[in-house]
Structures are given as C-alpha cells and as structure tokens.
Ligand binder design. Sequence first.
Ligand code: ATR
Length: 249
Amino acid sequence: MFAENTGEEIDYGIVESDIDAFESDIETFFTQDNVVGCNVTAPFKGRAYELSKNNCNAEAKTAEAVNTLFMKDGTLLGYTTDGMGLVADLHSQVGSLVGHTVLLLGAGGATRGVVEPLLGAKVKGLYINNRTEIKAQAIVDAIKSPVFECVSKNDLTSLQPDIVINCTSASLTGDLPQVSTSVFKRCSLAYDMVYGKGETRFMEFAKTHGAKKVSDGFGMLVEQAAAAFTIWTGKKPDTAKVIEALRPR
Ligand code: ATR
C-alpha cells in the first residue's frame, strides 16, 4: 500500500531465517541484486542490532534491538523505528508534542525504543514508572536528560501528565499496570501500545478516570512500518489512508 501510494515499484516479501543461521541469511540476502533493506522481527532483533551496532540510531542502541536494516553504499545501517512510529501517531492525534508532559508506564524493550524520539519531539517532561522501579531508573540513568525522570508509585499521585502511554505488556494478558487514577485527571490522550479489536482494558480504565481521548497502538504499528519504508525509499506514504484501510474492526 505504501508503494502504491508513493508510486514506487517494490517487492516486499517474507524470508524465514533459521535460528542458527540468521547472520549468514542476512549476508546472503544482501548479496542479491536490487535489495535495499528488510524488516527484522522477533526473535532476531537483538542479533540484527549486533550486526549493525556501529551504524544504528540512538534508540536502537538504547533498546539493543533493530527492526529495520538498510544497506546504504555498502554499509549496513540499523534502526529501530518504533519510536518514530509512536511520535508520528501522537503528532497526528494531538499535534505538536512541544511543551507536553508525557508519562511512560513500563520499562521493557517497548519503552527503551521510544524514549529518544519522544525527547527529540521536545516534550517538556518525560516521566517513567515501572512495577519494578530499578528497571525504570536504569533507563533514566542510561539516557541522562534533564527532562527525563523516574517516578515511584507513590509519586504518581501528584503527577498529572498531558499524555500517558502504556508501554507494559500487561494488556496482552488483559491486565492493567497499577497506576494511580489521578494521572488521568488532566490527560488529553491515554495511549496503549497494543492493539486489537475494540478498546483495551487500559483504554477503558483511562477513560473512566478522566482521559479525554484514548487510543490503541494500531497507528504506531503502521507508522513504524512507514518509517522503514521512508528509510529505504526516501518517500513518505500517506499513512492515514493505510491506517483507515487496515484497522481491525
Ligand atoms: P516488551 O519488550 O514488550 O517491553 P518486556 O521487555 O518483557 O516486554 O517488558 C514488559 C514490561 O511490562 C515490563 O516493564 C513489565 O514490568 P516489570 O519490569 O516489573 O516486569 C511490564 N509488565 C508486564 N506485565 C505487567 C503487569 N501486569 N503490571 C504492570 N507491569 C507489567
């Protein structure tokens, strides 16, 4: 759909890699004529990072994971595009993030991939809370930004961010991260990174407690794919059309 939309002629298919042969499969893949890049999915994102870690974007370094490889002038470049995808979807839902305060819930791989792009979008404050606090603190310590801080469960009661993003994997099992209901009081958007048919438990919970708008992560899914497409082709597809056409109903 992106190719159709931008007038590119591409071939995008699936290659199944052997668990013992990912590195040589990638090498072989890039020896083919006209190959520019590929997406990489679980369980190979860490190994794709190892292959490209001298030439990857900041968020890939923080996450130690790469979902997009691009061969440019003989150099293998690595990217994680999840953060770009999230920021693009937030921009289309709430406009500029400049001056906004954002709370991230969770401190796993999903969180690690989005911190730098959110800071790059010039948020005024970026807060992180995790069930296991030490993991959230470790991300803050690794990134070192004056506007990025860890908040404990107790401190959440005095935090009223503009945007709350659920980066935990809790929704996948129908669970909710333990979070003070007051964080939704002045919240203009509560965002759950997962998606499916209908609203997640987190979205329902946020709405009940005051979030003005709620969203799942389907837009982020399309936008992270679009970011990879742009890396490979230099062209920006109209993602709104694709989100509308593919959204699970
Ligand atoms: P991912 O790569 O999807 O981020 P992960 O690295 O396993 O997956 O991280 C999962 C995150 O969701 C962690 O922050 C985890 O909290 P802990 O660090 O305390 O384990 C969080 N998480 C998962 N289930 C949760 C739940 N029921 N309540 C709160 N947090 C949860």
